[in-house]
Design a binder for this molecule. Structure first.
Ligand SMILES: Nc1ncnc2c1ncn2[C@@H]1O[C@H](COP(=O)(O)OP(=O)(O)OP(=O)(O)O)[C@@H](O)[C@H]1O
Ligand SMILES: [Mg+2]
Length: 652
């Protein structure tokens, strides 16, 4: 690494400044980032008493020469930045030269370091920001920073810390994130009594997810295989300098199948150039990708990695470096959304019959015994840490049940002995968990339908043979995979939704005139909304005119909608928009109208269907992009696999 220098004042002043150390996890974050920046291959973190008594981070990175080691504790001393221009393309995790002095100011700190090319290492001690000793020492190459008695000289801060378990949970969550971002490095997290994480280096992200969360978690996810786009594809070339025209954005990661539904965003992790960030733009892109696959009030679990040239991202916008600003936000947003959406449409999962029961049992177990089964996971993950050859960590609960079992609140209330393992695998530490101010704990988590699922192919649906209906509402069908139930209403809704949306986008929707115009009374607010969306309404086949101060007349409605239903449909569309915030995107407006229209036009339940109709419906469903869930996110099909049937008959 290049030599450390003190930043000139004009550069230092340009850096987003603020509190660096808020809790033990923030110390771990800074030290981990330093180790990664130093090119370490193996990083070991030790924590005692939730990191209050001791945090030690050891790495095998480039180390520091004696003079550099001393200089590192000056404010704005960094080897990663030279000039104000360098701030425009930051390729390292650190750049402020703030972390070590800030940590040293509020703890007893011991730095032991040796640059590989030096014969001797250096040991430096600080207490409350004061240098208390510098000695040469025989040390292995690399760096170890030990931070003892955090906040010992700042009692107000010390008293703010949460329970040991919570603080350790945040540390575990952080180490987990960095381990995910760097599958090619080894990460170990230990307490005096337990090895919490032991992730040896692996070749793929999938292997890392397996190491950290187990097979069940992996089964809930589908991979977003790397997709890349030259940034110039959508940015006019005039905007880009020649050297920028080769700039590429790469998106990859994992996202949950539609059956996995979370009550909040805590299962979403976004990494930009391997830095965990909290970014509203990307969250929005994720939300958009799942629109009409998940109901609007629930969230997926997503691990998203965006890699792009450093000059395309400004990381110098937040003192804790957890927010970024993109130079071409719209492009990044749309490309991330499309990459997830494409992967999602390929994933095509099916909920199984058995899932409903198993899930109910898992959910209630998680609620009544919050951390009960967590203890079994410790040896399992330690075993898994030695690589995929070891026994699979079968005992690790799937992410969602983990979440249910490991909400922060439960830990605060829990009088049970320390069981950090329940927290450490939670995929849901929350974005930037451990970076937030004390008190902003992640909220509780529920999960709805999920568990046993199997990926389906379009073919497996296309091969379905309908046998009949239950209650004139659910089609019973079979194929080589097993027995299927299809909710005829939502299946038809999915088919119509996609047709409607496609036709709308091609500008080919037509309306159907009603014999007698329908007069509809509206509230002033609804009248304003109708005015705002009038163009879109007519593009969808509506013809609506103002009648009086409070009423409108419907002269035509989208094809397939019975006259009697037209008023209800219009009200539903207006209601849906009223509930949204003021700004609704064109995409989302179109999808809303399509969803409402298809719901009203679809075959109802309690309607007998003949063989030909059932066959037609299943064939049409097989052709849709997301045949497994309706536009409102409800499941369309349930499958009882041959294996489940054999198991139920005790044949296996
Ligand atoms: N583990 C390490 N191995 C090698 N060098 C290190 C290590 N930790 C710190 N350094 C050196 O010390 C310098 C100061 O570290 P510090 O974390 O205070 O600042 P920074 O990483 O440059 O910026 P930031 O404040 O954004 O983290 C670094 O620039 C780096 O040169
Ligand atoms: Mg640093």
């Amino acid at each position: 690494m290049t030599r450390i220098r003190i930043l000139p004042e004009n550069v230092a002043n340009k850096i987003a400044a603020g509190e660096v150390v808020e809790r033990p996890a923030s110390v771990v974050k800074e030290l981990l980032e330093n180790a990664i920046d130093a090119g370490a291959q193996s990083i070991r973190v030790e924590a005692e008493s939730g990191g209050r008594r001791m945090i030690r981070v050891s790495d095998d990175g480039c180390g520091m020469a004696h003079d550099d080691a001393l200089l590192a504790f000056e404010r704005h001393a960094t080897s990663k930045l030279r000039t104000a221009d360098d701030l425009l393309s930051i390729a390292t995790l650190g750049f402020r030269g703030e972390a070590l002095p800030s940590i040293a100011a509020v703890s007893r700190l011991l730095l032991e370091t040796r640059a590989a090319e030096e014969d001797e290492g250096t040991r430096i001690e600080f207490a409350g920001g004061k240098l208390v000793g510098v000695k040469p020492a025989g040390l292995p190459p690399g760096t170890t920073v030990s931070v003892a008695d955090l906040f010992y000289c700042v009692p107000a801060r010390r008293n703010f810390l949460k329970s040991e378990t919570t603080e350790l949970g945040h540390i575990a969550s952080l180490v987990t994130h960095y381990a995910l971002a760097h599958p090619d490095k080894q990460f170990v997290l230990k307490t005096p009594t337990q090895e919490i994480i032991h992730a040896t280096r692996v070749d793929t992200l999938a292997d890392r997810v397996y190491q950290l969360f187990g097979r069940a978690a992996l089964d809930e996810l589908f991979e977003i295989t790397p997709t890349s786009s030259p940034m110039r594809a959508s940015i006019t070339e005039a905007e880009l300098a020649p050297e920028e025209q080769a700039a590429e954005l790469i998106v990859r990661g994992f996202a949950s199948r539609p059956e996995v539904q979370r009550a909040n965003r805590n299962g979403i992790y976004v990494f930009v150039n391997r830095r965990l960030v909290r970014d509203r733009l990307i969250l929005h892109a994720i939300h958009e990708a799942y629109r009409n696959v998940l109901p609007p009030t629930v969230f997926p679990a997503v691990l998203l990695f965006l890699d792009l040239p450093p000059e395309e991202v400004d990381v110098n916008v937040h003192p804790a470096k957890i927010e970024v600003r993109f130079r071409h936000p719209q492009f990044v947003h749309d490309f991330a959304r499309d990459s997830i959406r494409q992967a999602l449409s390929r994933a095509r999962p099916i909920p199984s019959f058995a899932g409903t029961n198993a899930q109910a049992a898992a959910a209630s177990a998680a609620v009544t015994t919050p951390v009960a089964d967590a203890s079994v996971t410790a040896p399992a993950i330690a075993g898994a840490g030695s690589g995929l050859a070891g026994p699979p960590p079968a005992a690790i609960p799937p992410m969602a049940s983990m979440a249910a079992a490991a909400t922060a609140e439960e830990f605060e209330l829990s009088t049970a002995p320390l069981r950090p393992e329940a927290q450490r695998f939670r995929f849901d530490g929350g974005i930037g968990a451990g970076l937030d101010a004390p008190g902003s704990e992640p909220t509780g988590e529920i999960s709805a339908r999920e568990t046993a699922m199997a990926p389906a192919s379009a073919e497996s649906l296309a091969e379905l043979k309908p046998l009949g209906q239950i209650n004139s509402s659910f089609i019973v069908a079979v194929n080589g995979e097993g027995l299927w139930l299809i909710d005829q209403h939502v299946a038809h809704e999915r088919v119509l939704f996609e047709q409607h949306l496609r036709a709308r986008r091609e500008g080919q929707l037509t309306g159907q005139r009603v014999l007698v115009p329908l007069v509809v009374e509206l509230s002033p607010r609804q009248l304003v909304i109708i005015e705002r969306i009038s163009e879109e309404l007519s593009a969808n086949g509506f013809e609506v005119t103002q009648m009086g101060p409070r009423s409108v007349a419907i002269h035509a409605a989208p094809a397939g909608i019975a006259a009697a239903d037209a008023e209800r449909l219009l009200r539903e569309i207006l209601d849906g928009i009223e509930r949204e915030s003021a700004a609704i995107s064109m995409d989302s407006l179109q999808a809303k109208i399509a969803a409402s229209t298809s719901c009203h036009a679809a075959i109802k339940v309690n309607m007998p269907l003949d063989q030909a109709k059932m066959e037609w419906l299943l064939a049409e469903l097989a052709k849709t992009e997301a045949p497994m869930s309706c536009p409102h996110g409800r499941p369309v099909v349930l499958r009882y696999s041959v294996r489940e049937i054999e198991r139920a008959f005790k044949r296996i």
